[in-house]
Design a protein around this ligand. Structure first.
Ligand SMILES: Nc1ncnc2c1ncn2[C@@H]1O[C@H](COP(=O)(O)OP(=O)(O)OP(=O)(O)O)[C@@H](O)[C@H]1O
Ligand SMILES: [Mg+2]
Length: 486
């Protein structure tokens, strides 16, 4: 998936990104509001040496302090300091726990020690910091006094001879109660939440896109099948209630069927396939919708058309027109009636052969010699015979029927049919040697953009008017084209 494809996927799957963003920001807000605030109080100590007044002694004192100040910093979190603080302030904690909330740092080349104390209460943090500073100073002075120092230490370290510690610690900055907590940080948490939400959303989109093998655009379908894309039927929420579309209608769906008819008429001008099956790989892809409206559209353009319900499992053609379903194709196939007896007229140019009673053996019936005869008879009577069929992959009915037809339209449902299913369907048509005239991309996201004058979608052909005779001539498909799926 390239960057362009990824951005398109993001635009298409934006709700996923929004949901992740909202969840992550919500989690960040929850964490922020549920976490206990932590306040930090700071104090600073200055390590001074009790030395003489001359410059040499002062320099020696300075070096002495700098050399030991790192060691002093390490003493801050020892029990010597924390235990008296816990006792003095009557803290409900242990010296070890208190030590874990204290940080002491001695910046390099200085004689300063910064002590930081974290606590849930700002005033208490300051009190503890000041108490720690006081106990720490006392501990250092105690350790450095000659009586505490070891013999060797005493011999090396500088100390006064009067038993007083050679160092003294002074507070340069007393701790005060901090105005605000150091954590949680609402803005930081919010930004981190938003960023992780966006990344998570983008990751999910990329993953779904990688795992999703359905075809999203008619271009992708054309690239995948290497078949002509004869039409793209937009998704229309009214389609289940209004299955029939008038060719004169102005809806996008009506325009799409006009375009399908025109493309079909002009795509095969040298070799006219008169018997065309409309099929697809799996159920519910829009075969019946396409067959019915294509037949209607051809008839409205003046082409004498016969629509046959060749789906003997789930026949839906007769109900779409409000016609009788019980007498039709199967009645003729078993010899109970002639074609003329059961053919139902819909307007001047369209005749419908319903399915008839649903038989127990549709596969044999549809591939029978009698079926071939019926189709030949129909092709002699009508200019075009359109057959609605069952899906190719779950049942074998359509493969047999397609072998008797002169061309097939492969319906592929947008964002639903997988590449594997399309490939398998195209291969099964190829196996029986039926010419795949092209694909119909159904239930595609409705194209954006308005109309351009009376020309419908910009670039599409205008609705037919009195051009029926021209179109009648043009129903002359030619050139054998097999499904060449990449
Ligand atoms: N362009 C469309 N927009 C929205 N819904 C549609 C569209 N075309 C068809 N449908 C709906 O999709 C469902 C399946 O359509 P249809 O019956 O034409 O598919 P099918 O391939 O013939 O299914 P089956 O394999 O069961 O015969 C129906 O409810 C139909 O109303
Ligand atoms: Mg159907």
């Amino acid at each position: 998936m390239d960057l362009h494809g990824f951005l398109k996927a993001l635009a298409r799957r934006w709700p996923t990104v929004v949901v992740c963003l909202v969840l992550a920001v919500g989690a960040a807000l929850a964490v922020t509001s549920l976490s206990t605030p932590v306040y930090e109080a700071r104090t600073q100590l200055f390590v001074a040496t009790r030395t003489g007044e001359d410059t040499t002694q002062l320099n020696q004192g300075q070096s002495f302090s700098q050399a030991r100040v790192q060691s002093y910093a390490a003493i801050v979190t020892t029990r010597q300091v924390t235990q008296p603080v816990v006792k003095e302030l009557r803290l409900r904690t242990t010296p070890e726990e208190l030590a874990s909330r204290i940080t002491a740092v001695a910046p390099l080349n200085t004689v300063l020690i910064d002590i930081t104390v974290r606590d849930a209460k700002p005033a208490r943090a300051a009190r503890i910091a000041n108490a720690v500073a006081e106990q720490f100073s006392a501990a250092v002075e105690r350790l450095e006094s000659p009586s505490h120092a070891s013999g060797s230490e005493r011999s090396r370290s500088r100390h006064t001879d009067d038993g007083v510690s050679p160092v003294s610690l002074g507070v340069t900055q007393e701790a005060v109660a901090p105005a605000g907590p150091v954590s949680p940080r609402p803005l930081l948490n919010l930004a981190a939440g938003a960023l992780s939400g966006l990344l998570l959303g983008a990751g999910i989109v990329a993953l779904r896109e990688t795992l999703d093998t359905t075809l999203k655009t008619s271009e992708a379908l054309g690239e995948f099948t290497a078949l002509p894309g004869l039409g793209t039927i937009p998704f229309d929420k009214n389609a289940p209630r209004q299955p029939l579309v008038s060719a004169e209608g102005h809806s996008k769906r009506a325009e799409a069927f006009r375009k399908l008819r025109t493309n079909l008429q002009f795509s095969q001008v040298d070799d006219r396939p008169r018997i065309i099956v409309v099929t697809s790989s799996v159920p519910g892809e829009g075969k019946t919708d396409t067959a019915v409206n294509l037949a209607l559209s051809l008839a409205e353009a003046g082409v004498s058309t016969c629509l046959v319900d060749g789906d003997l499992r789930r026949p839906c053609v007769a109900p779409a027109f409000g016609l009788v379903q019980d007498a039709g194709l199967t009645t003729v196939l078993i010899g109970q009636a002639s074609i003329k007896d059961v053919m139902q007229k819909v307007g001047g140019q369209l005749s419908v052969l319903a399915s008839g009673a649903v038989p127990p053996n549709p596969t044999e019936l549809l591939a029978s010699a009698r079926m071939e005869e019926v189709l030949r008879e129909l092709a002699d009577t009508y200019e075009v015979v359109i057959l609605d069929t069952a899906p190719l992959l779950p049942v074998a009915d359509t493969v047999g029927l397609a072998s008797l037809a002169q061309g097939a339209l492969l319906v592929v449902r947008a964002s639903k049919t997988s590449r594997d299913q399309v490939r398998a369907a195209a291969e099964s048509l190829d196996c029986v040697g039926v010419r795949v005239l092209g694909t119909v991309f159904s239930m595609a996201p409705a194209p954006k953009g308005g109309r351009y004058g009376t020309y419908g979608q910009y670039g599409e052909l205008p609705a037919p008017r009195a051009s029926a005779s021209l179109q009648k001539e043009a129903v002359t498909p030619a050139g054998t084209r097999r499904a060449g799926v990449k």
